[in-house]
Design a protein around this ligand. Structure first.
Ligand code: AMP
Ligand code: GLY
Length: 399
């Protein structure tokens, strides 16, 4: 098949890589220099026109913004097969206030929260909570609209910075798990659970980011736990909304069981990078089945062992990243390097975004996958490079 991959980050590079591995042809829009090496890059966002011009068989959407803007509705109206939720379903990610209300109505376990329509309401509501307290902006914020406030002064600063229309939410303690399924609107198939590393610093310290690394190894969730998450979270959501595409439940594994921190309506970034490397099925065929309502009975095969992705971020991230630093050492680093914030220039490959590269390696065990990923990281260089040194470490206790 010829498949249009919408997006321009590391997640989309990984999707394109997996599709090409399975013998499909890829068109990437707007794409990035990594995707360009695998197929055709069309640096435009006129997706429906591109799908027609390149006569693609299928389209898959990486990021949330086009989904929230209704790209799936437009493709379906034009009779073009596409994998993703429609605009209404995408509100599960597009509005945290809507998603919280949905979970409360559906009885899906989640953190207790109050909605504050204005900053003044938010300030007044502070008295009802202890600390740490989680403060979330309603709309899309690329992983940066959430502040964990340790005390009242930082809560007030967060409220001032995030604006009106906030959720104040009880802090949940535990390990975070990303649980993603692919749905055709009725039937779904689960992906292996992954763990992301949201904070910039080792040991989960510092501000939240889009994600500094992720791994999967088939041991993050026992099958019985995955099945109960499907029953409590995934099935009611698909039944109530007819959701199709990738449904991502960001879970906190609390002492009272798993609770939903957020829904995303797409694959995770960087979770997709290790997932694509660890998968041993024809991803294009799965996407085709999802787009055509034919996922009943689908299974995904996974390689043994583990895959680990370490994100290399630019100086300044998660604040304003510095651009223009020259990247060296990718070609013979010994891992698969998925590109995100990169540009191809006369000086070679340079940084042009916050998260620059996703260095992704596998191993027969999680410890060996971690070693392989970091051995490759140490062969890559750009000025100001930042990365976490503890990606995957939480999983070691299960090995
Ligand atoms: P979200 O975009 O809602 O997933 O929030 C981003 C990150 O903030 C999550 O991945 C968690 O690390 C953290 N977070 C969000 N909500 C909570 C919560 N209620 N308790 C603890 N941490 C949270
Ligand atoms: N890695 C978190 C996300 O994709 O939202």
């Amino acid at each position: 098949m010829r498949i249009l991959v919408i997006g321009s980050g590391g997640r989309e590079h990984a999707i394109a890589w997996r599709l090409v591995q399975s013998g499909h042809e890829v068109v990437g829009a707007p794409g990035n220099p990594g995707i360009e090496e695998l197929g055709t890059r069309v640096p435009s966002t006129d997706y429906l026109a591109i799908a027609g011009e390149y006569n693609v068989d299928l389209t898959v959407v990486g990021p949330e913004a086009p989904l929230v803007a209704g790209v799936v509705d437009r493709f379906r109206a034009a009779g073009r097969p596409i994998v993703g939720p429609n605009q209404e379903q995408a509100r599960l990610e597009g509005s945290k206030v809507f998603a919280k209300q949905f979970m409360e109505d559906a009885g899906i376990p989640t953190a207790r929260a109050v909605h504050a329509a204005t900053r003044e309401d938010a300030r007044r509501a502070l008295d009802a909570f202890g600390y740490p307290l989680v403060i979330k902006a309603d709309g899309l914020a690329a992983g940066k609209g959430v502040v964990v406030a340790e005390d009242r002064a930082s809560a007030e600063a967060a409220i001032a910075a995030l604006g009106d229309n906030l959720l104040l939410e009880e802090f949940l303690d535990g390990e975070e798990v990303s649980f993603i399924v692919l749905s055709d609107g009725r039937d779904f198939v689960s992906l292996e659970a992954t763990q992301d590393h949201k904070r910039i610093g080792d040991g989960d310290t510092g501000p939240n980011t889009g994600g500094m690394g992720a791994y999967c190894d088939g041991r993050i969730l026992p099958p019985s736990e995955a099945a109960s998450i499907c029953r409590a979270v995934i099935e009611p959501t698909i039944e109530r909304t007819g959701f199709s595409g990738f449904l991502y439940a960001g879970l906190m594994m609390t002492s009272q069981g798993p609770k939903v921190l957020e829904f995303n309506v797409r694959l995770g970034d960087p979770e997709t990078q290790p997932l694509m490397q660890h998968m041993n099925s024809d991803f294009g065929h799965l996407l085709w089945r999802a787009a055509h309502g034919q996922l009943a009975g689908a299974k995904i095969e996974w390689n043994p062992g583990a895959s680990v992705c370490v994100v290399l971020a630019a100086a300044g991230y998660p604040g304003t990243p510095r651009a223009g630093d020259t990247i060296t050492g990718i070609e013979d680093c010994g891992a698969v390097v998925f590109q995100a914030g990169t540009s191809r220039t006369a000086r070679g490959l340079t940084t042009s975004g916050g998260r620059v590269l996703g260095v992704t390696a596998s191993g027969e065990t999680l410890p060996s996958a971690i070693d392989n990923a970091y051995a490759a990281v140490h062969r890559i260089h750009f000025d100001g490079l930042q990365f976490r040194r503890d990606i995957g470490r939480k999983g070691l206790k299960r090995w």
